[in-house]
Design a protein around this ligand. Sequence first.
Ligand code: NAD
Ligand code: LMR
Length: 340
Amino acid sequence: LLGSLISRISPNLIRYASSSSASSTGRKVAVLGASGGIGQPLSLLLKLSPLISDLSLYDIQHTKGVGADLSHIETRAKVKAYVGKEELGNALKGMDLVVIPAGVPRKPGMTRDDLFNTNATIVADLVSACAKNCPRAIIAIIANPVNSTVVIAAEILKANNVYDEKKVVGVTTLDVVRAATFVAEAKGLDPTKVNVPVIGGHSGNTIIPLLSQVSPPVSFSQQELDSLSTRIQNAGTEVVEAKAGTGSATLSMAHAGARFSFSVLEALSGKQGVVECGYIASHDGEFSHFATPLLFGRNGVEKSMGTGKLSDYEKKLLEKAKKELNTNIQSGLTFAKQYL
Ligand code: NAD
Ligand code: LMR
């Protein structure tokens, strides 16, 4: 019933209820920061998935209520709620995938980097607990500034001798989701059929949409290229300003986080050809971390699909991104050194 209801609402949402790709064993997924603006709707969407057998909700507050509420939904995943540091270890044991939306969001006038001081420690503490309790789990980091928090996570896992660079990914799916929506709007296309790769990082001008590689192929005037690229880069700020001090994107991010999680889980269960963009350790270019389309497999990221051939316009965007991305990566490294 749920399946037919959801599939009538949107073909994209079939993934929430389809049983065709459900693994018989089911996967164990933890959401850290599960009581938050992203955490609650993300946990709801994950609870709807037949791919998940166990859903572990952790936060420093309110998870017992969120968990009780979600546990009444008639779907497969068994929900367990954990609250406070002393319950964190148990929340993580046996997890296949840990999604981290814990941390403070922006208010108008702030950059994502302004969140660094608070969120760096939150992510470092949570990833340290992952290193001890679920060292083989895939870790998907939503907490900002993603360009730095992923670097911090990598350094912490390295220090604990459990780092597998195929398993630590910054979630940039919201940039891809937005790019598809805005391109579809501009060109009168079905947004569910549009794919726009987005590379680089996840802040301001480090977000580099590849409008020369849109599928299905579309061409843009210079004015369209400028306005679409700028809107995609500033879309987070668009939401922060519209929310006027009450937070940043939560609902679209919950969708993006669920989309990313389902892709990871489908690939873990053997589905071939699963590609999502993500921010990950890189050895191809001049950055130690960089977002590209990634091919997922049974062990996490199988390989980066690279950037493809960039247009001159995209090469210029990449040039403009370099300073900020390098600074963000360096901040992550410096923080990790002090933390460890
Ligand atoms: P929120 O304030 O609504 O929720 C954050 C949650 O984290 C709260 O429930 C809080 O109790 C919890 N938390 C704080 N410290 C914690 C800790 N040590 N352990 C576990 N939980 C902890 O914020 P939100 O709107 O859900 O945003 C969360 C983060 O996601 C922010 O950093 C935001 O910038 C980021 N974000 C990223 C993207 C992206 O595309 N990657 C998109 C939107 C938001
Ligand atoms: C987003 O892109 O919406 C998030 O990174 C949140 C923000 O601060 O913009």
